[in-house]
Ligand binder design. Structure first.
Ligand code: NAP
Length: 287
């Protein structure tokens, strides 16, 4: 990592080597902006970094697994001491579904999601909370999901990790706001990213990563508490939360009671050399 030049912005994004994170990096990239991009795979990360440099940003890359949470937190604290970070986006995330015929998720899948989506995200923002409070400003962004607002029968752990991020953000926000630090929880619906390569289920009202990135960045810039999209899905989720649980569960049961279909492997499968699992069906939702 090299020190950034004097510039107007210093932004750190995890999961920046593809999908939404890469789109966010490209969105922010311009002269006067220093970006720190983090993901595991250096090749894809460097390709995104090059694109951002072409747009005029100064870019540093760190190839790191966010599950190495102590290392991650220490690194971010160190970077912040060298040059204060004004915006951090905890975006890195993985997802997995139920197994064949609705079998419970494999434990390695469960752990990979909890450790990446919760431990990794918390370790990304935690080291910056007190420094930002002391400076009287800063922006924290947690990338959650609409699945955190409406837990999905085919993705219990993924839904739980995103609900945890929403709760974490909601709990932190009131005290931070008093000290000028803005915390935005993003709850996207479907985005056309890497997950779509392996997942062929129904993904209604899917947005491009660029569109999602622009909306999330704009929400962070104006200090919005949360941002959720697209509005028809948000409305549906809101409605679902209002109706009695038995009714909601009956609808979800009906909606997800489709045969088990396409395969979607999580990182944990590769990590533990498990055979690919065949996951949920043509009409299941994963947001
Ligand atoms: N796509 C959707 O429909 C959707 C909807 C709602 C919310 N989201 C959320 O949006 C965020 C981005 O997802 P995406 O759709 O852009 O997924 P993606 O295309 O699969 O990209 C995920 C990014 O996270 C990185 N990553 C994954 N595990 C990591 C780890 N352990 N350590 C460091 N980096 C890691 C990946 O790079 P490496 O593999 O190189 O590490 C990649 O850069 C996630 O939090 C996801 O839950 C997505």
């Amino acid at each position: 990592m090299s020190a950034r030049p004097v510039g107007e912005r210093h932004i750190l994004i995890t999961g920046a080597s593809g999908g939404l994170g890469a789109a966010l990096a490209r969105h922010y990239a311009r002269p006067g902006v220093a970006l720190v991009l983090i993901a595991r795979g250096p090749e894809r990360l460097n390709a995104v970094a090059d694109e951002c440099r072409e747009r005029g940003a100064q870019v540093s890359t760190v190839a790191l697994d966010v599950r190495e949470s102590r290392t991650l937190a220490e690194l971010i604290a160190h970077i912040d001491v060298q040059s204060p970070i004004d915006t951090v986006i905890a975006n890195a995330g993985v997802e997995a579904s139920l197994g064949r015929d609705g079998q419970a998720e494999a434990l390695p899948d469960v752990l990979a999601q909890i450790r990446t989506n919760v431990e990794g995200a918390v370790a990304t923002v935690l080291p910056l909370i007190d420094p930002m409070r002391a400076r009287g400003g800063g922006r924290l962004v947690l990338v959650a999901s609409l699945a955190g607002r409406m837990p999905l029968p085919d993705q219990p752990t993924y839904s739980a990790t995103k609900a945890a991020l929403i709760a974490f953000g909601d709990a932190l926000r009131p005290r931070l706001a008093a000290q000028g630090v803005r915390l935005t929880v993003a709850c996207p619906g479907f985005i056309a990213t890497g997950v779509t390569r392996t997942y062929r289920g129904w993904r209604p009202l899917q947005w491009s990563p660029e569109r999602a990135a622009a909306v999330i960045a704009a929400a962070s810039e104006r200090g919005a508490r949360s941002i959720a999209f697209p509005w028809p899905l948000v409305a549906l989720v809101g409605l679902g939360r209002c109706v009695p649980a038995f009714l909601r569960e009956a609808v979800l049961r009906l909606f997800f009671a489709v045969h088990i279909g396409q395969s979607r492997r999580s990182d944990a499968d590769e990590e533990h050399e498990m055979p690919p699992r065949r996951a949920m069906a043509a009409r299941d939702i994963s947001i």
